[in-house]
Design a protein around this ligand. Sequence first.
Ligand code: GUN
Ligand code: FE
Length: 462
Amino acid sequence: MVELDQSYANIKYGVAGTALHTPVRGEIEVLQDSLIVIDQAGLIESILTPTNAPYKKVKNDLKDHGKLLELSNTEYLLPGLIDLHIHAPQWPQMGKALHLPLYDWLHTCTFPLEAKYTDVTFAETVYRSLVNTLLSNGTTTAVYFGTIHLEATKLLADICLEHGQRALVGRVSMDNEEQCPDYYRDLSTAKSIEDTQEFIEYLRGQSGEAGIVLPAITPRFIPSCSDEALAGHGELAEKYNCHIQTHCSEDNWSHDYGISRFGKTDTQSLLDFGLITDKTILAHSNFINPSDIMTIKTAQSAIAHCPLSNFLFSNAVLPVKQLLDKGVQVGLGTDVSGGAHVSIYDSCVQAIVASRALQEGVNASLPPEDRGIANASINFMEAFWMATAGGGEALGFKVGIFSEGYCFDAMIIDTAATDSNLVLWEDMDSAEDILQKIVYNARRPNIRTVWVQGAIVANSNK
Ligand code: GUN
Ligand code: FE
């Protein structure tokens, strides 16, 4: 622990109460009646427990300085949630059009909607609504796809900065005349690369290279981009040492398209275009083969697992447990609006359900031993780890756990909130039970205060 300056001038405040987190995959750590001390930069300066000698004194001193927030005995402190894959412009389409296969959904519903973001007034209304909703749901970090439009995507980044949400934001690149409609396509390959470069420089200018909102190079997926655009975006990634995001081997159609065009899988094509790095987030990746897995692991790229979207669009379930056991970085996403929910707690539940379906199998006409895949299921602690610590590792950010030097991105869950669907029974629920109950049933009514980098970004008194 760092020595605390007696005047506490370098301390923003302390939060006293019980914190729950999963610093190691599959394990819960309970910081019972802890005191988390946050510095003026919004980083965790120290974590004290009642057995640490200075606990009482520091707690009293912070109280005297008006810098102590004490949780009630129905409240728990948890790390903020990380959404590794979300399409901001698809927010107006949430819960709609989910009966269609991916290709039809893109061409009949999604591209027409995204084309509307030439209108920055519309963009502002949608993006403010979404960022506020995510923060109120405890999503402290979001990895956003915007649209092809430079101005609307700049606005999305500005709104994240204004609301204090940690984010990666990408201007979507789509220049392939054969796969993108005339009404929704970059004007040319050169313009596609130019607009991405302008977006990176704009956002770095607004937020700084280590700011809380950073640019991500975003070729939508292989079908939407020409070879030259893919290569050009790979060069930009190297030049700017930027994050990269794209969809990878999502469904049978897009996976087969990539193979017929390049004679190799999406992962290998992306690698050859310079788009697989330790700053790459690959959405879905359901159809990756053993060699792709090695490529992703070696490069330390990460996979954004979006289980509901996969059930609806992907023709398969990601073998998430096997990937994690092999040391591949995997976090969770919502894939709004391919996934029709905003809460990453819902992604946790669906990741558990998907993994169980993979393990048990779903076709009752087969004998049980032929129905599923052994050792495929994950538990709630692994799911919560992916939603927090795993997502943080995937991004290379110090978020997702309570540890000295980490950013204080956190939420208070009030288990006794009005309208709570979560009910605790004193003397019957262990800390592990409480975390499991939170994952399954704590939602917006339970989320009281949300912080990003020590700043309050959502607050409600329910
Ligand atoms: N592949 C290309 N674009 C999209 C999209 O917007 N959503 C999903 N789920 N997959 C895509
Ligand atoms: Fe997506």
